[in-house]
Design a protein around this ligand. Structure first.
Ligand code: SF4
Ligand code: SF4
Length: 98
């Protein structure tokens, strides 16, 4: 799993979470996990700032500055000689970033 971008802007406010589970479904890197009363932030260092979680959160419980995450993901993947970890992730309609 992609885990080389440790300094990110992801912020989570569990007191606002209504436990809809969307962030656990859209995050391509397993940053959030389902919890009993609210989502759990289990792997913040794996966040690549794609913005999918914040964009899909109906309670504004997540904020993240987007714009460099996918580019960084592509660069890191290219350096490893691989495609992105998540197919179609880079802002196209219907992808995790939209
Ligand atoms: S910004 Fe993207 S990678 Fe980061 S936690 Fe949200 S969905 Fe996951
Ligand atoms: S998308 Fe927002 S409201 Fe839904 S579980 Fe995640 S943090 Fe909570």
């Amino acid at each position: 799993m992609f885990d080389s971008y440790r300094g990110n802007t992801l912020q989570y406010f569990p007191e606002l979470c209504i436990n809809c589970k969307r962030c656990t479904q859209v995050c391509p890197h397993g940053v959030f996990a389902e919890g009993r009363e609210h989502a759990e932030l289990v792997s913040p260092s794996s966040c690549m700032e794609c913005g999918a979680c914040a964009g899909n959160c109906p309670a504004q419980a997540i904020t993240v500055d987007t714009g460099v995450g996918c580019a960084w993901g592509m660069i890191a993947a290219a350096l490893r000689g691989k495609d992105m970890d998540t197919e179609g992730c880079c802002g196209e309609d219907g992808t995790c970033c939209k």
